[in-house]
Design a protein around this ligand. Structure first.
Ligand code: CDT
Length: 329
């Protein structure tokens, strides 16, 4: 520790974290095959000393929102009704045997309510080293479109398949620190990080599936990697937290998806990054105490934030521009 840092921070509080990037999962790949891959990644991470392994968004299936079905129940087979489920139980069992925790993204469908309605969420869970689920997060920012857009080369119908998580962004005391989760598109929104930052988050886990081709504006295609690191590095630094971003990458059912999974320090620096678009494990020793260097200095929220002048942040959704001289836009 540098002697120039004038604030007392505690002893190092290290958690060895693995980002377990996955290559593509094709439509016909069975859950059992996918879980075998997850267990192989778990073993690699364990051999490298990992205590927590982070898997991607929708890690059990192909990214099925790229297809539209007019009757949504035809897609119910992509969702999990329970966790652990029969096919994921071997992963839970092996992780508990190895005393390694993990975070897993999957599609969740609830049991029917009294009116027969079922709710569909894009979900990520946090599992402690004893195999217990300590946290469950439902994706808040659902990107893409609600209806079929047949002129697209592929659909991104997440807004048809998932309702937005109503609970917002929680954090959990786990792995010796304060851990939060977000999913894919959430990482592009500063509010996601700040909501967790205001709960003292020290480690944010984020799985993603990001097609390289952005249909509404292809000029952004070449910038996908830049935007991916831009948002996560900024979110880490501005909230003094570690961020672990984990891709499902490569060419899945003809759609090329970004890799570049990375582990980012509270300084905003990328500590390690994947270099393939296949199954690949990277690890970092994340000293959660290092967050205090940012939380107690530049980003001392209690001292420097001005919530009284931020009221638009929660009071309105879209931008309200000032009127022109004539009174119209
Ligand atoms: N899965 C997910 O949220 N992907 C979006 C793609 C862009 S919106 C079509 C993302 O933000 O990476």
């Amino acid at each position: 520790m540098s002697s120039h840092f004038t604030h007392d921070i505690g002893e190092r509080r290290v958690v060895n974290v693995a980002a377990a990037q996955m290559g593509p999962i094709q439509r016909d790949d069975s859950r059992d095959t996918v879980v075998e891959r997850l267990i192989e990644l778990l073993h690699i991470a364990h051999r490298r000393g990992a205590e927590l392994v982070v898997f991607p968004e929708l890690a059990l299936t192909t990214f099925f929102p790229r297809w539209f079905v007019s009757d949504i129940t035809e897609a119910d087979h992509w969702y999990e009704t329970a966790m652990p489920s029969p096919s994921t139980k071997p992963l839970f069992d092996e992780a508990r045997r190895l005393q390694v925790g993990f975070s897993l993204g999957y599609a969740e469908i609830t049991e029917p309510d009294s009116k027969g309605n079922r709710r569909r969420f894009n979900t990520q869970i946090l599992v402690e080293r004893d195999g217990g689920i300590v946290g469950r997060y439902h994706k808040v920012h659902i990107p893409g479109h609600e209806t079929n857009e047949p002129d697209r080369p592929f659909q991104h119908a997440e807004r048809y398949y998932f309702e937005p998580g109503p609970e917002g962004f929680g954090v959990w005391r786990a792995f010796g620190g304060i851990v939060g989760m977000m999913i894919c598109n959430d990482r592009r929104w500063p509010e996601s990080y700040r909501e967790m930052g205001l709960q003292g988050v020290e480690l944010i886990l984020c799985g993603y599936n990001t097609p390289v081709h952005y249909v509404p504006d292809p000029t952004q295609d070449i910038l996908q990697g830049f935007h991916n690191s831009l948002v996560m590095q900024s979110g880490a630094y501005q909230n003094g937290t570690w961020v672990v971003g984990v891709a499902k990458a490569g060419v899945e059912e003809g759609v090329d998806s970004l890799g570049q999974s990375c582990i980012i320090a509270p300084s905003g620096q990328i500590v390690t990054q994947t270099f393939t678009t296949g199954d690949e494990v990277i690890t970092a020793e994340c000293d959660l105490e290092w967050c205090q260097r940012y939380k107690r200095t530049l980003f001392d929220f209690d001292k420097y934030r001005r919530p009284e002048v931020y009221q638009r942040i929660t009071g309105q959704r879209g931008a309200i521009v000032p009127p022109t001289e004539g009174g119209s836009r």
